[in-house]
Design a protein around this ligand. Sequence first.
Ligand code: MF3
Ligand code: CO
Length: 256
Amino acid sequence: MITIKSKKEIEIMREGGRILAEVLRHVSKKVQPGVSAKYLDKLARELVFSMGGRPSFLNYKPGGTGQGYPAALCVSVNDEVVHGIPTEEKIIQAGDLVKLDLGVEYKKLHTDATIMAGAGKISPVAEKIMRVTKECLELGIKKIKPGASLNDYGRAIEAHALKNNFEVVRDLVGHGVGYSIHEPPQVFNYADSRMDKVILKEGMTLALEPMINEGDYEIFLADDGWTYKTADGKLNGHWEHTVVVTKDGCEVLTKI
Ligand code: MF3
Ligand code: CO
């Protein structure tokens, strides 16, 4: 079931989203050659707590079982798609394309967002995938309104990615968000008739997160059990916002 949030709950998610955006903006400025991913995680963690929130991913078990996620922030670099673990040994290099993914729990409600940043000077294709992925998210967001289906959203994203000779990751999707970090529905980032049935209503809250590959859409789970990487080792782009469906469109709750 897709939950509908009350005005009061949306106001709380708006505040939580503001905290999340503020933290990501701050941490993204520290993405520079020589810093460790662990440092970025520590910074994010401390900022979230200092602003009255709790990092949603810390100890989170996506399938409900096994070991919880060991950090507050996912730091995924270049061919890493999502859930990169921010270790001390993971040192950001000049030219790296970095994705920072953070969830914030505030007054029991969650928001989720991802920002991209380049370390030093990055290659033209890295610049392009960063820009095109952001455009995909923006075009998708424009499709979110009451009465629209999630297939309208997926179609818009896929069309823009393909037009730019990129591919859309198929094995990972966006999701509802709020009472927990992952709620129904799944939000495909490509056209799929299964999404025709998901009709948007005012008060739904969604984490929209296109994952766009420079090369083939195939990905795999690395040996650490968390990090997803592109199968061909080429770059991945990922931006994410939490939005609420409004009377005539949607509002981005994590505007950076
Ligand atoms: N933002 C991530 C997602 O939507 C959530 C990461 S949870 C973690 O998939 F535990 F894997 F970090
Ligand atoms: Co998410």
